[in-house]
Design a protein around this ligand. Sequence first.
Ligand code: C2E
Ligand code: CA
Ligand code: CA
Ligand code: CA
Length: 272
Amino acid sequence: AKRNGRNRFENFRLEMDDTARKRRVIEMDLRDAITERQLRLYYQPITNGLGTEIMGYEALMRWQHPLNGLIMPMDFIPIAEETGLIHSLGSYALHEACREAASWPGDQMVAVNLSPIQFKNSALYSVVESALAESGLAPHRLEVEITESVLLDDSLGNINTLQRLKKLGIRIALDDFGTGYSSLSYLRSFPFDKIKIDKSFINDMHDSREALAIIRAITGMSRSLDIETTAEGVETDEQFQRLKEEGCSLFQGYLFGRPQPSESRLINNAVA
Ligand code: C2E
Ligand code: CA
Ligand code: CA
Ligand code: CA
């Protein structure tokens, strides 16, 4: 038994080493990724209640690594946040998404994710301002998505930053709603334009009464507060139909289109 215990421990240590090594490699390479133009934004459509019209796209970051191929955000965003590189990544995302969206038809909007760490940098406001100015994108066509962790601790004046951003005319969405510490009281701390219902609830809605009840509570409350709701992670028509009945106004998920590079965005995202 003792032997087994030690083997297990050694295996564990090997895995640790491996993770730590992988991490160090990612951290070093990420520094060059921006200057070497290896970061890309993929765009996922967001449709209206008929599922017929694309109202805009969420910009989702990918890292095209020269040796390791396409790296997903969960494998580099946390490291970017810990190392402070998120400020450059975030600035790139804002500038690139606005530049891209400026060529889209009509009023189609682009949604950009902001990390809570970006609020620690007082330059965030001016980065948004310059992304708008340089692209010429009308401010109401830019939406930023934040998570409740931005509101959890206001010692840095995050709410004040949000208010200033909103005065620029951009829209502010509360992402992943229903997860973590989510509390309805956050909705009092700031007038959000939109709530995105976390995809875990959509995923479970047909098997779990609790998930459906939470979706219903969120849509009911959003209706009274006059806030739009987006359902994310919609994969089946069954989910889509039910979410419409529950009063969701916007929809995002593989059912309507996967995140795509901008070149293939128009060709492949045929909406039913
Ligand atoms: P998120 O903001 O909640 O983005 C939605 C995630 O759900 C995306 O994962 C998207 O590809 C995925 N998704 C969309 N539709 C479906 C569906 O029908 N089914 C399933 N199973 N998944 C779906 P992705 O692209 O891997 O991004 C993961 C997370 O990384 C994002 O979650 C966001 O928190 C973060 N992220 C992505 N891009 C950026 C960025 O530019 N800046 C920052 N700070 N974070 C980013
Ligand atoms: Ca998001
Ligand atoms: Ca989300
Ligand atoms: Ca998320």
